[in-house]
Design a protein around this ligand. Sequence first.
Ligand SMILES: [Zn+2]
Length: 375
Amino acid sequence: MFGRAISSLERKSALRIAIPRFIPKSSARNVPSRIIQRLNSNQPCRRGFPRAPQQPKRESKVKHTRWDPSQIQHARPLFNNDRFTHALRHKNTKYLAILIVGGSIVFYCTHIEEVPVSGRKRFMCFSEESAETEGLVLYQNIMRAAHRQGALVSQWDDRTRMVRRVMDRLITGGNLKHVDFEIHVLESPEMNAFVLPGGKVFVYSGMLNVTRTDDALAAILGHEIAHNLARHSAEQMSRGILIFPLRWALIFLDATGYTGGLGRILGDVGLSFGFMMPASRVQESEADYIGLMLMAKSCYNPEAAVRVWQKIDQSHKDSKQNLPEWTSTHPSDANRIKKLIEWLPKAEEQKVEAGCTFAAQYQQDFQQVLKSMWH
Ligand SMILES: [Zn+2]
């Protein structure tokens, strides 16, 4: 009976009344087991029993998001067109632009200097010491590799002595005794020679096979010393500073979508072919000029420079290494030879000024006297 009453109450779900928890044992027999189970478990009835009023959920102020790698594809950029345009239109932007541009112009103008011997004007913001520090790291790497490969030629070898002999004369002719030159010859078929900032001289044996005479070697070493004298390494580093803001501007434009992601690639190609390579060719040509004057002052025959470059040109042609000038950091061999021929009269003047022709004439006369005594 009691069970039936409860079932009827169940059906009348509109009645919001509480059902007593205690069911007398006498009545329990008539109560369906599912009802007793439900009452004891304190679960709301599916049909008839009213549910406890639910509290409205409070929204948390902290939003927890689960990491989803696929979301990064739809992530918004840090700077977009709207933000960029907003920043450009800000009232303080023009003052900031004037400050940056004005400061850069002042910095550029106060760091212009003249290259010794050639007189070319250039921008220079690195000291010789910073270039020497870079040179020292490079020197240690080269020496480590040379020791590992056993490529270092002995200091008593005829080839090293030849290089030292020519270097001594160039140092005297160019008044370079203040530079601490250190000479090394490396066993390698490559036609190469260079002087690192700080005065570390490296000549590859392949180059000595081309320059068999002291005059020809003086032409090559004169060119390499000229790079050092004109501080071309520090100038290259300074040039890097000039293009640094431009590269960052292109990266920024790529990020904001203005250049469609191609700004940096096209910018690098443009800067390389339009700025860095031409500037490097200017330095090479300048080293040719200074080197020619240096060898002439040291009483070497400047015509040997033309002959050695003709030999190098021929070997480049034989090995098909002749690249178009505009794709290279060096002038073409033909252009080099043409320029050297143009500068020969000036080099001869330097030779006369240095008193070399009188010494050579005196030597010639002395040899003739000796010959006449023996015959
Ligand atoms: Zn060079």
